[in-house]
Design a protein around this ligand. Structure first.
Ligand SMILES: [Zn+2]
Length: 227
């Protein structure tokens, strides 16, 4: 893991206005997996991770590393891993199977466009918007600078928080709606490992609010007892 770019530290304000969309969610969704038993909580699955490395230690800011650089390189790495994981399941996530972008507890994620309009859309469309939004940020030199002497913009941390919320929701949807397919593909240890790393990283750097993670708090607790 880890980005291959160099991210200079940030102190100066950026002239660009960086207004992340409002990623609201509401509890009106359809549970298209229809599995109140939440199979991802079953002990025989929860205990499966691809590594039992101390992931909390992996998430900590290494001595001498700039915090913004650390957040940036991890954002790039998580983006790659989450994209890879989602693409492995993309054939199962269609407008027919997932007419709404739902997560645990029947939460529905509603996309808000650049003009503040809320768009109720299918899960594949929602996550397409989400990943395109993140990719745009990651390739914007004003937001994620890679050149020597560049600085991170003011408000960088807020953008990183929004990005990790979208990462979290992507995995939440997979746990809620595509866990059977994940099991069938034998990818549940990878999913648990990625999710554990992500939630520990977010906790370490205060990237998500308790209400963001609440729909999967039962899983976070269960996984926390494994490592
Ligand atoms: Zn889906």
């Amino acid at each position: 893991m880890g980005g291959c770019h160099s991210y200079p530290s940030a102190t100066k304000a950026d002239k660009k206005s960086l207004q992340p969309p409002d990623f609201s969610s509401e509890k009106l969704g359809i549970n298209n997996n229809n599995l109140e038993e939440r199979p991802y909580l079953q002990q025989q699955y929860v205990c499966q991770l691809i590594t039992h490395t101390d992931m909390l230690a992996l998430t900590a800011l290494p001595p001498g590393v700039d915090k913004a650089e650390w957040l940036a390189s991890n954002t790039v790495a998580f983006f790659k891993h989450i994209n890879l994981f989602s693409s492995a399941l993309s054939e199962f996530c269609t407008p027919t199977t997932c007419p709404t972008a739902c997560g645990p507890g029947n939460t529905v994620y509603v996309w808000t466009d650049d003009h503040g309009r809320k768009l109720k859309c299918s899960a594949p469309l929602y996550f397409d918007y989400a990943m395109s939004y993140v990719q745009e940020l990651l390739t914007d030199e004003d937001v994620f600078p890679t050149k020597a002497g560049s600085v991170f913009p003011t408000g960088f941390i807020f953008l990183v928080q929004k990005v990790f919320l979208l990462f979290f929701r992507t995995l939440a949807h997979i746990y809620w709606s595509h866990y059977r397919e994940t099991l069938a593909l034998g990818l549940h240890p990878q999913l648990n490992t990625l999710f554990t790393h992500l939630t520990l990283f977010c906790r370490q750097h205060a990237l998500l609010e308790p209400e963001d993670t609440e729909p999967l708090q039962d899983l976070i607790t269960a996984l926390g007892q494994q490592c």
